[in-house]
Design a protein. Structure first.
Length: 523
């Protein structure tokens, strides 16, 4: 009984409505009321997430077993089908969005009383694998490992998950972190809500990119063709690693990327270095001259106007200063004695465009090499862009800089007449690449996500103004004009893009709780 005899005595005609209101209110408190009225406390989230750790690992193992290199379309289609079934099982309407490239998958679900719509972006493809470099038989067959007494990872039996799960255990396999792990985290969070008879507080759209690791070649076409299907109030990108502290992390933007390749020339064919040394110019030295002119000893780019437009107000400085980076830890992890001096700290360095040599070639080094003067030398560069920089302008600035070093810069391979006319030639190929984006820290989406994570983790999240890498999601941001924030969920030392990619189980747990925090926080 919810009331005693004394309560009955008070149930008079005059007090009827008052008593009924109290009775109904008490009933709601005791029995939970409607799904939309329930709340999940942080402790309750922890309990529910713990119960879903094994199902999450099992579902991830099933998904990782599908090879997902986008050079193999048949494999990608199997991954699309898997995701279609996984979201369909959770009541989502799924649509395969065909285009001239690989198809995207869109999953949609509306919920009662929801007035806002959030678009989640993931990608289902992964980097290629070189199986001989992995410490497991098959990179697509996930293995469970924990550190032994010697600090090295050792294989664990899957039955170990039935006991107390150690947060520092890891599952190894391609795409465990980048980006199948985060997909599973969202799916399991949705399952947890369903088990509690609760609904997310907004409508959900999920887009799964089939070729992010190849630069998302079909993304812009899909946007043109299906733009209305992607319309949403906010966009959340669940890709990339958390801060090294493993605190909940929000990243307000990502750098873009432009690129160019330069070729310098020597004799028309390789020549004997004894016969023509001191006579035929060596293209390797010419290339070295160009490269050496681009940066000073502190790592600052010497190309004129390269850093134009970059400045920080007090709020930006405050955001960067609040990130708990430790220079000693970063340098120890990279095994470098000293860092370059672009910016006064790590976070500030990410706010500037960067110039990087990503590869060089001139003749042969090691086995097969010879004493020759090569015919050409080649270097390939990338420029990481920030919102204040335009990719094509940055490539053009580099071209002007090379011309100032006394080189004729051509947009084609030189012919005989040009080689005889110009003493120093550079053939330059460049592209504007993918632009950067950054969302202001005081926009509604930033405030909403910060409050959601702070409430459920009992600490403020690490807020990163812009991440160093590039996610080819900027066409979404620009075409849809939708406020966007990245919510990274995986451990920073996950070896993404490399052999032995892994996901720390503590991050799997935190990732599910992060998804729950977002799904249950009113906008």
């Amino acid at each position: 009984m919810l009331f005693n005899n004394f309560d009955f005595c008070l149930y008079t005609k005059a007090g009827k409505h008052t008593f009924l209101k109290s009775f109904l209110f008490t009933s709601v408190l005791l029995f939970g009321g409607s799904a939309s009225a329930q709340k999940l406390s942080p402790k309750r989230m922890d309990v529910l997430v713990a119960k879903h750790m094994v199902p999450a690992v099992e579902e991830l193992k099933d998904y990782v077993a599908l090879p997902n290199d986008a050079v193999n379309p048949d494999d990608i289609l199997k991954n699309v089908t898997w995701a279609e079934n996984a979201f369909g099982k959770r009541g989502f309407q799924t649509t395969v969005l065909q285009n001239t490239q690989l198809p995207l998958l869109l999953a949609e679900k509306s919920f009662p009383k929801a007035s806002k719509t959030i678009l989640f972006y993931f990608h289902l493809d992964g980097q290629p694998v070189r199986a001989n470099e992995w410490q497991q038989k098959n990179p697509y067959q996930m293995v469970l490992r924990g550190k032994g007494e010697d600090g090295a990872y050792q294989d664990l039996n899957w039955n170990a998950l039935q006991a107390n799960i150690n947060d520092d255990w890891r599952v190894f396999g391609r795409s465990t972190s980048d980006d199948k792990g985060p997909i599973i985290m969202l799916l399991q969070a949705l399952d947890i809500l369903q088990s509690e008879n609760q609904n997310p507080l907004f409508n959900i759209k999920v887009v799964l990119d089939p070729a992010e690791e190849k630069g998302s070649p079909g993304l812009e076409e899909a946007l043109e063709k299906y733009k209305n299907r992607f319309q949403s109030d906010y966009m959340i990108v669940m890709d990339g690693p958390m801060h090294s502290s493993n605190r909940p992390t929000l990243t307000l933007g990502c750098r873009g990327s432009a690129g160019f390749t330069i070729t310098t020339y020597g004799p028309i064919t390789p020549q004997h270095s004894g016969h023509y040394g001191n006579y035929a110019p060596n293209p390797g030295f010419r290339l070295a001259k160009v490269i050496a002119s681009m940066k000073d000893e502190q790592g600052r780019v010497l190309v004129e106007d390269f850093y134009d437009g970059i400045s920080f107000d007090e709020e930006a400085k405050s955001v960067m200063a609040a990130v708990p980076d430790n220079k000693g830890d970063i340098n120890a992890r990279l095994v470098i004695a000293e860092e370059e001096k672009v910016g006064s700290n790590y976070q500030e360095s990410l706010q500037y465009p960067s110039l990087n040599i990503r590869g060089m070639r001139s003749a042969v080094v090691g086995k097969g090499g010879g004493t020759i003067i090569p015919e050409e030398a080649v270097a390939s560069f990338d420029i990481r862009l920030v919102p204040e920089t335009d990719g094509q302008r940055m490539v053009d600035l580099v071209k002007k800089h090379i011309e100032k070093q006394g080189f004729a810069v051509l947009d084609h391979e030189p012919g005989t007449e040009e080689r005889m006319k110009y003493a120093q030639i550079v053939y330059m190929q460049g592209n504007a690449g993918t632009p950067a984006f950054r969302t202001d820290i005081n926009t509604p989406i930033s405030n909403w996500l910060r409050k959601a994570l702070a409430k459920n983790f009992d600490k403020d999240p690490v807020v990163i103004r812009i991440m160093g890498g590039t996610v080819p999601v900027v066409p979404f941001v620009q075409a849809l004009n939708v406020p966007t924030v990245l919510v990274p969920l995986v451990n920073i030392d996950n070896n993404q893009h490399s052999p032995n990619e892994n996901l720390r189980l503590g991050n799997l747990r935190m990732g599910m709780k992060t998804c729950l925090s977002i799904l249950t926080s009113p906008i």
